[in-house]
Design a protein around this ligand. Sequence first.
Ligand code: AR6
Length: 202
Amino acid sequence: MVFVGPKYNAVMWQAELEIGIRDRELSLVIGDITKIPADAIGNAANSRLAGGGGVDGAIHRAGGPAIMQELVQIRARIGQCLAGDAVATSAGKLPAQWVIHTVGPVYGDGRRGEPAALRSCYERCLELSDELGARTLTLPAISTGVYGYPMDLAAKVAVGAVASKLSGDETRVKRVTFVLFDDTAFRVFAAATLDIMPTLAS
Ligand code: AR6
């Protein structure tokens, strides 16, 4: 499928969607985030930065113990990482230079600040990427697993936050890729992306 309009263009294959925003790119793929090379990889962590299951477990398993050693030092310094914030470590054996560990909100009823905290996760990942000098960033669907954020609501927040950063003047990140774990998540994120495209700067 090819979409072309005065303000945007996009190409969608069966399991990949790319859209251009200014001279940058936002893309979606289905896959395992630990296998896809990028300058920085986003991780859906917990506030104790203690590792866990889901994408966090996969990142620590694939990256090796160096990542946790750095997190222990960060924890000693800052105590905990609050929902909506993020910290960065090196990436161990992952095909990346850095892992950006962000803490998504646990979803309650959606009226306890969850959307703002989730949006902040993505914004902080972009901001830390800029501080580190990362030009490419992969991101999972934060909070949509153990933390229970409904995928359709999370997709709107995630895509909106990242597209808005890529539309702005501040970031030097060139490509952000959402790595979705299955076909359903991909379709939901693709729908959210296509929904906001008409509002984006070319
Ligand atoms: N690559 C890409 N996406 C993945 C992968 C992977 N390898 N593995 C899972 N996902 P979750 P959360 C998807 O539970 O909801 C941990 O224990 C998954 O299908 O990993 O933010 C932490 O330590 C889902 O769509 O993160 C925290 O305690 C998405 O990643 C807690 O879970 C996020 O699911 C964080 O919960």
